[in-house]
Design a protein around this ligand. Structure first.
Ligand code: NAG
Ligand code: NAG
Ligand code: NAG
Ligand code: NAG
Ligand code: NAG
Ligand code: NAG
Ligand code: NAG
Ligand code: NAG
Ligand code: NAG
Ligand code: NAG
Ligand code: NAG
Ligand code: NAG
Length: 344
């Protein structure tokens, strides 16, 4: 998948002088000479995959989405795009950029030449329209070095998951040294939800009973993902008959489900009564479509009893929604708190 070729080892004249002085010094000192590894600025592998470009949105189509985990990384790398020297972005990068699902950048800015080899955390930018959490995926450290002649080399390692891939940019670089101030940022609700598996919510449960379930008595908090007997489910987005879903007034959402790229959207909750599909209600909840074909809902207490959120495993109506473009503040990456998150 990735194409490399070895960079030739060339010794900078200034380095030769320094090495010579160093050898002289060692010769006249009692210090035993250390093993001298070649400066990675002059011993690197070229990584010139055009698909790594920050402008490549092929990652949106899962089949084209690249993953760096299977690459046998070894030693130091210098990035190029179309023969132009490139670098790993040090600011927030939108999801699905760089030919992958989770583009990898570094947090904490680039070093200067005098900084020598530094360590930087690799961050996977789980950014979408919902919120900003630039370092949601990752983080693991790599070594970074600024070289004379205005380029950078990176000691790359395998990322922790798929599809993660290192991004390449030719744009601006932040060389300010960092004191990272962590701030608390909510994680993506797609990966932080409460499981709601009440088989009685099934849309097929039309058994009449004296005691209907009421969601008004539940202390709802945060995001929920629905299951029916371990099968992933969703709130119906079409009208549901009264006395379904283990309750009197079954609650559904109006306006269809969003797509993954829509991010978090608001949908009105409706309950059928007196031949109107949205007679009871309506109040908004937040809804999000997640990669992996499931949905999460920020549920709240319904306005009256007996009503309860319905669960269905049937078809879904993904209505087109106006998508708000992803705007990314360059400063956000350095203020992001990293979460280790097990996904997939
Ligand atoms: C990357 O470099 C190799 C070796 O020089 C070359 O064969 C290949 O075509 C280059 N790939 C791109 C995309 O520039
Ligand atoms: C993606 O790949 C799978 C299996 O390789 C294939 O079944 C599917 O049709 C592909 N989808 C697209 C959009 O190419
Ligand atoms: C250059 O880098 C390669 C791969 O990282 C390493 O195996 C090799 O030892 C290095 N060469 C020198 C002279 O240090
Ligand atoms: C690289 O060059 C090719 C051919 O000139 C061009 O189509 C492509 O857009 C370029 N890619 C980038 C990321 O600059
Ligand atoms: C990249 O540079 C090499 C040598 O400088 C040249 O042979 C090659 O055609 C260039 N490739 C592109 C895509 O510009
Ligand atoms: C990405 O697009 C921007 C704006 O068009 C451009 O300035 C930049 O050079 C592009 N980056 C790469 C790596 O092609
Ligand atoms: C859930 O599982 C229980 C026990 O296996 C079964 O009685 C019930 O009918 C199932 N409910 C649904 C909605 O599938
Ligand atoms: C169906 O809903 C009723 C409440 O109306 C509940 O008592 C019953 O347990 C539910 N049945 C199943 C199979 O979940
Ligand atoms: C995950 O969601 C719960 C419930 O909404 C919340 O209390 C918790 O703080 C969230 N986790 C993180 C890491 O923010
Ligand atoms: C409800 O019944 C329909 C028709 O039998 C079935 O296709 C569907 O899977 C059932 N839904 C649930 C949630 O059990
Ligand atoms: C950057 O982060 C701040 C604070 O977390 C937030 O208020 C702001 O909306 C974010 N900017 C963007 C463009 O996401
Ligand atoms: C560069 O990094 C510093 C500290 O990390 C930060 O305060 C500043 O906003 C960043 N500038 C840009 C353009 O990202």
């Amino acid at each position: 998948m990735a194409s490399f070729h070895k960079g030739f080892i060339k010794t900078h004249p200034l380095i030769s002088v320094i090495l010579y002085v160093l050898r002289l010094y060692l010769a006249f000192s009692t210090v035993s000479p250390a093993t001298t590894a070649v400066d990675p600025c002059y011993n690197y592998t070229v990584l010139n995959d055009t698909w790594r470009s920050i402008n490549n949105t092929d990652g949106l189509h899962y089949n084209n989405s690249k993953c760096d985990r299977s690459v046998s990384w070894s030693g130091w790398y210098r990035l190029f795009i179309n023969n132009t020297s490139a670098h790993i972005p040090d600011t927030c990068v939108a999801r699905f950029s760089c030919g992958t699902d989770i583009p990898l950048g570094i947090r904490g800015g680039h070093p200067t030449v005098t900084d020598g080899v530094v360590t930087r955390d690799v961050c996977g930018y789980g950014v979408d329209t919902a919120a900003s959490y630039c370092c949601m995926f990752g983080s693991f450290p790599i070594k970074v070095k600024a070289c004379p002649d205005n380029y950078y080399v990176y000691e790359l390692v395998s990322p922790t998951d798929c599809n993660y891939a290192y991004c390449a940019d030719t744009g601006s670089i932040n060389t300010s040294s960092t004191s990272v101030t962590p701030v608390t940022i909510s994680p993506d609700p797609c990966y932080n939800y409460t499981v709601l598996d009440n088989p009685w919510r099934s849309i097929n449960n039309t058994s009449t009973s004296n005691s209907y379930n009421c969601d008004g008595s539940v202390s709802w908090s945060g995001w929920y993902r629905l299951f029916i007997n371990n099968t992933s489910a969703h709130i119906p987005d079409t009208c549901v008959a009264q006395f379904s879903c283990g309750t009197d007034t079954a609650l559904w959402i109006r306006g269809g489900h969003p797509t993954v790229t829509d991010g978090v959207v608001a949908r009105d909750v409706c309950g059928y009564y007196d031949s109107y599909c949205c007679y009871i209600g309506s109040f908004p909840i937040k809804v999000k479509a997640c990669p992996g074909n499931y949905y999460v809902y920020e549920l709240v207490s319904p306005t009256l009893c007996d009503s309860a959120y319905c669960a269905d495993t049937g078809s879904i109506n993904t209505s087109p929604t106006t998508v708000t473009p992803v705007t990314i503040s360059p400063g956000n990456v350095t203020h992001a708190l990293c979460f280790y998150w097990l996904i997939f």
